[in-house]
Design a protein around this ligand. Sequence first.
Ligand SMILES: C[S@@+](CC[C@H](N)C(=O)[O-])C[C@H]1O[C@@H](n2cnc3c(N)ncnc32)[C@H](O)[C@@H]1O
Length: 240
Amino acid sequence: MHIGDYKAYISEETMMGPSSARILAELLDKYPLHLAPDDWILDLGCGTGLTSLIIAKETGAKIFANDLWVSAEENRKRFAEWGVAEQITPICEDASNLHLHFEKKQFRVLLSIDAYHYFAGSKGFFQEKILPFMKDDGVALIGIPGVKEQYADRAQELLSDWLGEDTYMFKSPKHWKELMGSSDRIDSVETWEMDCFGKAWDDWLATNNQFARGDRKYFEAIIKPYTCFVGIYIKLRKAL
Ligand SMILES: C[S@@+](CC[C@H](N)C(=O)[O-])C[C@H]1O[C@@H](n2cnc3c(N)ncnc32)[C@H](O)[C@@H]1O
């Protein structure tokens, strides 16, 4: 994907942290998707729906765009303005209780950018809450902030001045691989430190968002030396 194609949509109003477009671009470059118009994608913790828009345009598939803090009405309005209301269905719901709207084995792709760490950091979450809704042969593409592998045991000591009580959400790539666990439906799980870290942060810190202004104070001393973006790719087995 070419980030430049989405310049008109990426703004202080739609960004909620380090560039979700750059994180998504790295995931799609590494693991390209080839979907049909009747395939479904679940974008969990979609925020203002920027990633939902991009993945809709890149794949042509249909999207459920779920978020907790941003209302379905607000996202519906934005999707209509962006001309993708037919393709993207907004939902406002807690991701840890996702049974209401979806059918079993509905989704070819689970996407979650800068959100999965808020609600899914316990072992067995993927198997219990997500897997039943995933199609055989489906994939999960996840990008979240975490702690670099070499500081995995020191997150509390090193990050808490910046993150306070949210520090526990920051885990290393190896830790996320353990948390994802296994299942007879899971073929493989890959986790890694993402390359887009610098550019994703540069884009965010260049905005005048109040949270970006707060992050700016900690970037050189904490964020840059100790944290990373953790990429997670899960490939499910084909049907038996
Ligand atoms: C930092 S924002 C990122 C939003 C968007 N994915 C992006 O990258 O721009 C984190 C998002 O996670 C969502 N979130 C946090 N806890 C959630 C939960 N329990 N269920 C659904 N979404 C949740 C919030 O509503 C918020 O929009």
